[in-house]
Design a protein around this ligand. Structure first.
Ligand code: NAD
Length: 334
């Protein structure tokens, strides 16, 4: 359990310190694609701030990191795109107990027994693709959720992403761009040879490779993608569940991940997590957890969103790998 500050004055100082550190780290991570601390360190500080926010809600200001998706500002030299339907983050849990609590809370809001589509949490960066009559017309990053960066030219250089769907549909599809593990190792070896700064992890390499003014750089990097979401899926595609949505996207020629599974019981969910945790190293791409989504798409708008995350999905994050120890760079409580 996090140690909470003793007095409100102390809590205020800690909140300010945490906000400042988290914002600095988010800036390095989202805008510069160069984190200075481990994800686990970031997550620990974030959880600490969340705990303080629960105890002292009035210490949390409108510009709190708890209310922001992604980076605050965007790369100045890339054109901007707005997202009429915001691109959100995901709430996260760090243990199966917390996950089961989330399942319970979610079930309480819906009368019928819920099924979930469990998916891998791909360690890449979020992308939005807009197709008109089957043709790719726009690709953009998540940015702050409302305003993202236009990376259409760059995405056109990614072979895995079709320029033309197999049916002349108009839709906005979202997913993850990632760099396969092998490509990441190769890229860093080359950069080392060339005396260039290496990327901290495949996620940052993918982001750094995509967010380029010069699309020929993106072309040289081996990027891939998995798509998993559609804006207004029931209306646009006539699908009823998240699992069906993935099948349908695949039929349209879009790359989807096939490790998903519909689960209904606690046992099935635990088994899925155990299997995927054990299989993690064998995958050709990095994952940092599991995403559990209410399978019935019609229930998503019923459950709705907070300003930052959907209430119909949650990320279960893997514990930090053994080699990584969480180094606290600041003492949180003052
Ligand atoms: P997140 O990456 O934890 O989760 C949300 C994102 O998951 C979505 O936007 C989507 O892009 C992605 N995702 C991958 N697979 C998905 C799937 N199957 N279904 C749905 N979404 C899927 O949240 P975030 O807000 O992007 O980033 C927060 C996290 O980033 C932190 O928890 C931390 O781990 C890391 N971070 C690290 C630093 C650092 O300095 N090391 C700084 C900031 C953030």
């Amino acid at each position: 359990e996090e140690q909470l500050a003793h007095t409100k004055a102390e809590a205020k100082k800690t909140v300010e310190k945490l906000e400042q550190s988290l914002k600095q780290w988010a800036h390095e991570y989202y805008e510069q694609d160069a984190p200075s601390v481990l994800d686990a360190t970031y997550d620990e500080a974030y959880q600490h701030l969340q705990a303080l926010a629960e105890q002292y809600p009035d210490l949390i200001t409108e510009d709190s990191i708890l209310k922001q998706v992604g980076g605050q500002s965007l790369k100045a030299d890339l054109p901007k795109v707005s997202h009429p339907v915001p691109m959100l983050s995901l709430g996260d849990v760090f243990s199966t107990e917390e996950l089961m609590d989330w399942v319970k809370t979610t079930q309480k809001q819906i009368e019928t027994p819920l099924a979930y589509n469990a998916e891998l949490k791909i360690d890449g960066l979020a992308i939005s693709l807009v197709y008109e009559k089957g043709g790719l017309v726009q690709a953009s990053t998540r940015g702050d959720g409302t305003i993202g960066e236009d990376v259409t030219q760059n995405v056109r250089e990614i072979r895995a992403i079709p320029k033309q769907l197999k049916e002349p549909l108009s839709l906005e599809v979202r997913g993850e761009i990632y760099m396969p593990k092998q490509a990441f190792v190769k890229l860093n070896q080359q950069r080392e040879k060339d005396g260039l700064k290496t990327f901290a992890n495949p996620r940052n390499a993918a982001a750094g490779s995509l967010r380029q003014l010069d699309a020929t750089i993106t072309k040289q990097r081996e990027l891939a993608a998995f798509l998993y979401q559609v804006v207004d899926p029931v209306q646009t595609l006539g699908v009823k569940t998240q699992a069906q949505l993935l099948v349908r996207l695949n039929q349209l020629g879009l790359p989807t991940n096939h490790q998903n599974k519909v689960v209904q019981t606690k046992e099935e969910l635990t088994a899925y997590i155990n299997t995927q945790t054990a299989n993690r190293e064998q995958l050709a791409y990095g994952i940092d957890g599991i995403v559990i989504k209410v399978n019935e798409l019609a229930l998503h708008p019923v459950l709705g969103n907070t300003v930052k995350v959907p209430r119909w999905a949650i990320a279960y994050k893997f514990p930090p790998e053994e080699a990584e120890t969480v180094v606290r760079s600041i003492e949180w409580t003052v």
